[in-house]
Design a protein around this ligand. Structure first.
Ligand SMILES: Nc1ncnc2c1ncn2[C@@H]1O[C@H](COP(=O)(O)OP(=O)(O)OP(=O)(O)O)[C@@H](O)[C@H]1O
Length: 415
């Protein structure tokens, strides 16, 4: 209703009259006291004979409709946590936000239709599960673990989930959270109807606490060394700087996080989804991802033909093409992430048409296939060389595997 507007309506045979007005605060001279806000009032008039209908049914109906409209008009937000150094002082908050406007939907997500439908059903069931969760005596929350190689759509799926459910997103950067107590404070400030996201959980959480502690202890022994010597020696200087940095790092522990998932949830109300993402699911502690904590594990994988068809429709508005057959064949023979497929499908100039884009994708797939073949041949050669030098083939393969895994770890995580 606009200011000073009159509206009438009939509810269950009872006629009601609404009128709106507002109180504008008197203009004040410059003052240090906060200025009073303007206040809106709504007057409801009805016949005495309709009192029962109005008080017992109509008011409830109006409040319910009002809430539904507010939800519909609500602008969703993407929150990120502030460093605790900025938590105190005037107007400071633990979370900063921007409007969440990511356009991803389940329709635009490149994935098998069956899998998408299953996830959508699961989300719908959760969002309507208020009474169900109350009945079974569990807090109204659900954990999702999204895992898969880089560029397979984990972040995109989170946006699609938020758009599907109309929830806010809390993007929790664990590395800036100093300890478990800070984590608790942050999470208690999240609101319902939200998705709390911890991306690359294997990189953000100290799952190797024991090993780190030992290292720190080794470092502490050095404290007995002459300090001035340390300052002079550039290597020692670098080492002590690194130690200092390490001390400032997040001390959130696995048990702190587990406690939060199990306990704090119930204390801070319901309708929250927590999503962890990782590229290395096998590195996660089983305790973290067991059912009840991470209820649904979703693998996002390399692009299959069905996923390609979604991308072709989104990027090129193509449902079929004579080159689709060749692409299907190549996708079956090699591995390419949906991010790379999408990049190849995107026209690079106004002159490029759909066929140019499809041909570029075919070329990229052939190159990837060729590179993979060469890598396999090299691995086979290394294996043979190992056999000749007396090492068992499995030893060589294992060593190579370990080396490349460790390299990957270093590239991705700041351990
Ligand atoms: N399954 C997909 N469907 C649609 N688009 C995708 C998909 N996967 C990747 N993309 C495209 O690739 C880009 C990168 O994808 P996204 O960030 O979601 O991948 P990710 O799995 O989260 O990667 P990372 O593990 O590196 O964080 C997205 O902006 C999107 O355009």
């Amino acid at each position: 209703m606009d200011d000073y507007e009159d509206v009438t309506e009939v509810f269950d045979g009872a006629k009601v009259w609404w009128s709106s007005s507002k109180t504008v605060p008197k203009t004040q001279p410059i003052s240090f006291h906060p200025v009073a806000e303007e206040r809106r009032q709504y007057r409801l008039t009805f016949h005495k004979r309709d009192r029962e209908v109005i008080t017992e049914k109509y008011i409830e109906h109006v409040l319910k409709e009002g809430k539904a409209i507010a939800v519909k008009n609500r602008q969703r937000k993407l929150f990120t946590n502030n460093s605790s150094e900025n938590w105190y002082g005037w107007k400071s908050t633990k979370w900063s936000h921007v409007l969440f406007e990511h356009p991803a939907t389940f329709d635009s997500l490149a994935m098998e239709t069956k899998k998408k439908e299953e996830i959508k059903k699961d989300l719908t069931r959760f969002s309507k599960g208020n009474n169900y969760y109350a009945k079974i005596g569990k807090s109204w929350k659900r954990g999702y673990l999204l895992y898969g190689p880089p560029g397979t759509g984990k972040s995109t799926m989170i946006s699609a989930m938020a758009n599907f459910l109309d929830y806010d997103i809390y993007d929790l950067e664990l590395t800036t959270v100093k300890d478990n107590s800070e984590l608790r404070k942050l999470l208690i400030e999240t609101t319902g109807k939200s998705i709390i996201v911890i991306e690359d959980i294997d990189c953000s959480l100290d799952l190797t606490g024991q090993r780190k502690k030992t290292k720190e202890k080794d470092g502490d022994d050095d404290d007995d060394d002459d300090k001035s010597d340390k300052e002079k020696d550039p290597i020692s200087k670098k080492k002590s700087e690194a130690e200092k940095e390490n001390k400032n790092r997040s001390k959130v522990t696995l048990s702190g996080l587990l406690n939060f998932i199990d306990g704090i949830w119930s204390a801070c109300g319901g309708e929250r989804i927590i999503v962890f993402t990782t590229n290395y699911v096998d590195r996660l502690d089983p305790a973290l991802i067991r059912t009840g904590r991470m209820d649904k594990h979703i693998e996002l994988s390399y692009c299959c033909f069905e996923a390609f068809q979604v991308l072709a429709k989104n990027y090129l508005e193509l449902k079929s093409h004579e080159l689709f057959g060749k692409i299907e064949e190549l996708l079956g023979e090699t591995k390419m992430s949906p991010a790379d497929v999408a990049e190849n499908l995107m026209p690079k100039s106004d002159e490029e048409d759909e066929e140019d884009c499809l041909k570029r994708l075919i070329k990229a797939l052939e190159t990837t296939k060729e590179a993979r073949k060469k890598a396999e041949e090299a691995a086979l050669k290394a294996e043979k060389a190992g056999e000749e030098s007396g090492e068992t083939p499995s030893q060589v393969v294992q060593e190579n595997g370990e080396k490349s895994a460790k390299r990957g770890e270093r590239e991705r995580c700041n351990f």
